[in-house]
Design a protein around this ligand. Structure first.
Ligand code: FES
Length: 170
């Protein structure tokens, strides 16, 4: 996922309403429009803001519960804003056996967040994923889609510094 063009957060009702009108107009009478609209919102913001879901429920005349049912069913949709830099630690079997948990806890402690959380300044988001396709180089992680293999605890600081520099963070 690219985070370069994300617009967030949407916090007030008016902004959410303008945003939703644009999507609903485009998909109004089409079958499966709820999921198509949610995709567009996720792509645009990197998550589905609650205010947007509430407006969408109004506009499409569906319950908020139905919208959340869809959002939570598909892993693609997120309920919290991403960081400008997203770190995914592989927790698949091969990586797990090679110490993924230790890598994760190092990152949690350096960033002062838990898995699934974003730092307060929205610089970093940390999550775990299942197998990123390079089991032969476990333990692995990816930073904004770029994969790193045979990661050691001693690499973590350097990886974070590199990512910060690339994104101009902090
Ligand atoms: S299990 Fe980690 S890359 Fe496959």
């Amino acid at each position: 996922m690219s985070t370069a063009t994300l617009n967030y957060p949407i916090e007030d009702a008016e902004a959410a309403s303008i945003e939703i009108a644009k999507h609903v107009d485009k998909w109004r009478d089409q079958e499966g429009n709820l999921i198509m609209i949610l995709h567009e919102i996720q792509d645009e913001h990197g998550y589905v803001p609650r205010q947007i879901s509430m407006e969408l429920a109004n506009e499409l005349d569906v319950s908020l519960a139905r919208i959340y049912e869809v959002i939570t069913f598909y892993q693609y949709f997120k309920l919290t804003p991403p960081g400008r830099c997203n770190i995914a630690v592989c927790n698949g079997t091969a990586c797990y056996l090679k110490g993924a948990a230790h890598i994760l806890s190092q990152l949690e402690s350096k960033l002062d967040i838990k898995e699934g959380e974003t730092t307060e300044d929205r610089a970093f988001h940390l999550e775990t994923v299942r197998c990123i396709g390079c089991c032969g180089m476990s333990p692995s992680l990816s930073i904004d889609g770029k994969t790193y293999g045979r990661v050691r605890s001693s690499d973590i600081s350097e990886l974070l510094e590199e990512a910060s520099k690339e994104k101009g963070l902090r």
